[in-house]
Write a protein that binds this ligand. Sequence first.
Ligand SMILES: *[C@@H]1O[C@H](CO)[C@@H](O)[C@H](O)[C@H]1NC(C)=O
Ligand SMILES: *[C@@H]1O[C@H](CO)[C@@H](O)[C@H](O)[C@H]1NC(C)=O
Length: 240
Amino acid sequence: MKGFTALISFVCLAGSASARTVFSSLSVNGNWLGQDVAVRVPSANAPVTDINSDNMICNTGFIQPVSTAVASVPAGGQVTAHFHHTSAGYVGPDPSDPLDPTNKGPALAYLAKIPSATQTGVTGLKWFKIWQDGYTVANTQWASDRLYINGGNATFTIPSCIEAGQYLLRVESISLLEATEYPGAQFFLSCGQINVTGGGNASPATVSFPGAYTATDPGIVTNIFNENSYTPPGPAVFTC
Ligand SMILES: *[C@@H]1O[C@H](CO)[C@@H](O)[C@H](O)[C@H]1NC(C)=O
Ligand SMILES: *[C@@H]1O[C@H](CO)[C@@H](O)[C@H](O)[C@H]1NC(C)=O
């Protein structure tokens, strides 16, 4: 029995260690901006696990110096957040790149208006969700499976009707491998720095980070091995 318990904890440790992933670069309408450009890249690929932590906003322990670039994105344009196994981006063949395929979970993207996309302070921002990918029951495929197939590229559209100006783009991959209780879910996230041009005057409903997720959210506490339906955590996706 003791050996069995040891084996189980070894398997769990191996699982959590390899599930790691980092969003570290951006493309705008198919043009890659370069590694670490216009993204606050955490140097470690460790997850955030405390949903009440300020690290849920944009992560922590950034590669220095943090990029001072702000990516120009036309409203209605397509953005790709690139995830890889470590903060170094793509460094060659790695069975755990962009993430370990045994990792299962959703992927989500949020925007928050900010006076300057390069400012250090990120508390108190008002976030709205612009994209999410969850679980497809019909083929038992998770967003993480699609992220793996797509080489770590999570692509979504910036709503055409939002106001022009500077925003933080928070993109997150969640591992639910150990999410049968809270804490357990692992949050891998970074913030991109963007300047939306064009646009309109929509004012989306917003949520706060931390605050948008709760310890009883079925999108955060769930059993991936017994999933009949799944709704990612947080608010509905804003549409124009
Ligand atoms: C992901 O995006 C990068 C940069 O645009 C591109 O080179 C690569 O081919 C894409 N990977 C897949 C699998 O689409
Ligand atoms: C954002 O775009 C506007 C409109 O093109 C421009 O005037 C402004 O300088 C840009 N700001 C940044 C930080 O790129």
